[in-house]
Write a new protein. Sequence first.
Length: 79
Amino acid sequence: MLVAGRAIYVDRCSSCHDADGSGTGDGPRFNRGRLVQVYPDLGDAAAVVSDGRDRMPAFGGLLTAGEIDAVLRYVNEVL
Ligand code: HEC
């Protein structure tokens, strides 16, 4: 699960959120526990990833719910 999440993150997210989740100017920082501070219910973060928001692209048509869950678990537990 975390390995799959990492692969998706590197492929789809790191260009805007940086490899370590510290943000690049294009996407906000969400490493070191910040994701769960902003989204105590990770399902709310999954909705942002699925639907997109502002300059954050929608991934709902590209990733399954399970893949979005995996990538958010990777962000939350590893970054
Ligand atoms: C093209 C650049 C880009 C890519 C690629 C991208 N994001 Fe984002 N992301 C953003 C931007 C910009 C925002 C801020 C949106 C806003 O201001 O509402 C954001 C916001 C978010 C948020 C909400 C953060 C918060 O503090 O509210 C999450 C969670 C998130 N992205 C996860 C991901 C994940 C997971 C991926 C890969 C599947 C990803 N993003 C790929 C640009 C990107």
